[in-house]
Each structure stands twice: as C-alpha cells, then as structure tokens.
Design a protein around this ligand. Structure first.
Ligand code: PGA
Ligand code: ZN
Length: 429
C-alpha cells in the first residue's frame, strides 16, 4: 500500500506538433507513474472535453497550460493521501472534483493524465508490468492489429471519402508474425504506388494518402499489395474500413464531396454497405459506417448486417458507458471502439469493456490521430484480452511505439501468450 504524495504536469507536443499534457504522479515509496495524453481530429460530438487555453498568442490557442495548472493546483491537493492502488476511488474523486458531465471544468486531458499516471505508479509499486497490474490472468491474448495503411476523408487531400483502409493480419500464428506480414504488405503497397506514379508521403497515422480516383481503387490496391507480399487476401490478411461517416454527413444525407458529389440517404448507405460486403468478402470489420446522429440508420444497418460483419461504434458511443447502454437498447452495432480520452478515466474505460463483454459486443482498443510515445493502449489491449487494437500504420515512431510494446509483452509472456488471430476473423465468416 502506498499513498499519493505528489503530482506534477507539463505541456509537451503530440505527433502533429500540437500541445498536449504529460502528468507525473509519485507515491510515498518514491515511485512515479507517467502518462502522456493523445488527441483526436475527427472527434465525436459527445466526447469528454479536451481543455485548450484558447490564447491565440500561444500555439494558435491550442496550449494546455490551464490543464497543467488544474493538475497541480486543483487535483493535487484533492487526491494527495489517496491509496494509489484504489483506481476507482481516484477516478471517482476526479469526476466529482470536475463536477460536469463532460469533464469540461478540469479538462478530460488533465483528468486522463492523472488517472493513467496513477495506474502506472501503482503498477510500479507492485513491481508488475502495466498489463499485469491492470488484470492478473493465467493466460494472455495478444490483439490482432489493424493497420491504417491508406488514408482518405479528413486525413488526406485526395478523392477518397472514406477515412481509413486497414489491413489486419488475422492468419498470422503470432503477434510478431502479424507485424512482419503488415510491414511486408506496407512496403509492397509502397512499391505498387510508386510504380503507378502515385505519391508515397504519409499522413497523420502513417498511412499513404495518394490521389486515388475512388474508394474502390483503394480496395484494389490493398488486395494487390497483400498478394504481392505473398499473403492470402481475407483469411491471411483481412481488409477493414473506418469510413468515419459522421465527417460526410450533412443535414440528414451522406454527401460524397471528394469523389463523385453524389448524395445518399441513410437507407441508401445501408444498401451501399451491403453491396460492398458482397463485393469485398475480405472485410470483417466496418467502423462508423453511418454518422453519430443517425441512430435510426444505425439500427437498420445492424439489423441488416449485424450477424455478417463487425460493426464498430466509435463517434456514436464515444467510450461512454451511459451512451453505450442506450445504444445497446436501440440494438446499435455489435462492437465498440475504445479510446481512453473520449471518456477520460481508466475506470470508465474498463466499464465500457465490461459492458461490451456482458452484452456480447466485441471491443477494439484504439489510438488517436494525435499521439505520443505513450504505450498505455498496448498494455490495455493485453490486460483486457479484447483481441483487437488499432494503432495506425507500420511507420511513424508514435505508432510503432505501441506495436513495439506489444512485441516486448509477447516476448516477456512467451508461451503464456496466444495471438487472437483467426478466431477474430472466423467469427464473421
Ligand atoms: P481521430 O481518428 O483520432 O482523429 O478521432 C481516429 C478514428 O476516427 O478512429
Ligand atoms: Zn473511427
């Protein structure tokens, strides 16, 4: 047992060069936990509030000095003396201290930094790796990684309306071989793009953002890259989608502004996804196929496709237990995307994963498009055993940090770790 004795925080930069917060939390024994908070770009409307200074003279208003001050001057006096291992009590105090439903007073960035730093310090106190502190298990499952290798939507200046085209090496026997398969496919894709005269510069999450003609061309290129790298499209390496449909939803219609300017109703979008899944059986997961406001559409989409494909809810559930419960009642989706900073504490994040489990939903642990070298999500994926993670492409240091951490965990666990692999795919096929 060890009590919290000190909190400190500072403004650092994320992978986009924007400010974010780092929190250091120390306990009686002198041990310290450190957390660095990520930041999204295509954010859901109901996400917990990321506190920004709004002072245009610093970082275009994006500074986080107020969040830093909240950690040091408001949160520190309130949680000093609390047992560091009592994560729920710490998180409850943070939520109560903030006093709002969206953490807009102290800032979800300040609160998450403290929540994660406390958990890290507690793990250190117990001399346990972070995943083992979060959940003690007999056997651990390493997640199937989904690599966002082709970008469109808000993340790229091209003709793709859909935001993310991901490869998931479901057929690999282990996590390390999955990473190898993804890396080889990523490089095969680069060769193909170069041969076709496309650009190979990468976007925020490390995926390529070539000026392709259509969403369909992106699917064809990925199929060719998997093939060229010597893997089986589908059962070897699946292709998954996050079109991030909230981003092209305008006044009740889905508008394909970046490609052919066409406009689709919600039911036409459901038809489009049915057609896509017929045409591309290698897809087992579709995230945010409809917009966060389109609850009726989501119910219809789930009725039509909910037994055939993993329908991941990101923007619509925003890792919020209350909204998730409502969504389950409305029979929306069959999977939830888990982003710690959408809700702001470890305890509420774990609650969402519990709710998923008890309602037969799957869960996918996720990074944000703005990241740091923090590797919390890698340990969280292993601790919870959800079997899936998305942490960007197979390049850019802040993405690779998560994958390298998973390699380290796999190495440490040896035969006590299995790879989620083909079970994740065959559930839908
Ligand atoms: P974000 O994008 O981190 O910019 O929100 C990721 C996603 O939509 O899943
Ligand atoms: Zn998403």
């Amino acid at each position: 047992m060890s009590k919290i004795v000190k909190l400190d925080a500072l403004e650092i930069l994320d992978s986009r060069g924007n400010p974010t917060i780092q929190v250091m939390l120390s306990v009686e024994s002198g041990r310290t936990g450190i957390a660095k908070v990520p930041s999204g770009a295509s954010t859901g409307k109901n996400e917990a509030v990321e506190l920004r200074d709004g002072d245009r003279k610093r970082y275009g208003g994006k500074g986080v000095q107020r969040a830093v001050e909240n950690v040091v001057h408001v949160i520190q006096p309130a949680i000093t003396g609390t047992e560091v291992c009592e994560q729920e009590a710490i998180d409850e105090k943070l939520v109560a201290l903030d006093g709002t439903s969206n953490k807009g007073c102290l800032g979800a960035n300040a609160i998450l930094g403290v929540s994660v730093a406390a958990a890290k310090a507690a793990a250190c106190e117990q001399d346990a790796p972070f995943y083992r502190y979060l959940a003690q298990r007999e056997a651990y499952v390493l997640p199937v990684p989904m690599f966002n290798v082709l970008n469109g939507g808000r993340h790229a200046d091209n003709s793709l309306d859909f935001q993310e085209f991901m490869i998931a090496p479901v057929g690999a026997p282990s996590f390390s071989e999955a990473l190898q398969a993804a890396s080889e496919t990523f490089h095969a894709l680069k060769d193909i793009l170069q041969t076709k005269g496309y650009e190979t510069s990468v976007g925020d999450e490390g995926g390529f953002a070539p000026r392709l003609r259509s969403n369909e061309e992106a699917m064809e290129l990925l199929g060719s890259a998997i093939d060229k790298a010597g893997y089986q499209v589908g059962s070897g390496i699946a292709i998954n989608l996050d079109p991030a449909a909230s981003e092209f939803y305008e006044k009740g219609s889905y508008v394909f502004r970046k490609s052919d300017q066409s406009r689709k109703s919600s039911s036409e979008m459901v038809e489009l996804w049915k057609e896509w899944l017929r045409r591309y059986p290698e897809v087992y997961s579709l995230e945010d196929g409809l917009a966060e406001e389109d609850w009726d559409g989501w119910t219809a989409l789930t009725r039509e496709l909910g037994t055939k494909v993993q329908l991941v809810a990101d923007d619509i559930f925003v890792t919020n237990p209350k909204i998730f419960h409502k969504g389950i009642e409305r029979r929306i989706a069959n999977s939830i995307l888990i982003k710690l900073n959408q809700i702001g504490t470890i305890s509420e994040t774990l609650r969402c994963i519990e709710i998923a489990r008890s309602n037969s939903y799957t869960a996918v642990i996720s990074h944000r498009s703005g990241e740091t070298d923090d590797t919390t999500i890698a340990d969280l994926a292993v601790a919870t055993g959800v079997g899936q993670i998305k942490a960007g492409s197979v390049c850019r240091g802040e993405r690779i940090a998560k994958y390298n951490r998973l390699l380290e965990i796999e190495h440490e666990l040896g035969h006590r770790a299995s790879y989620a692999g083909s079970g994740v795919y065959s559930r839908w096929k």
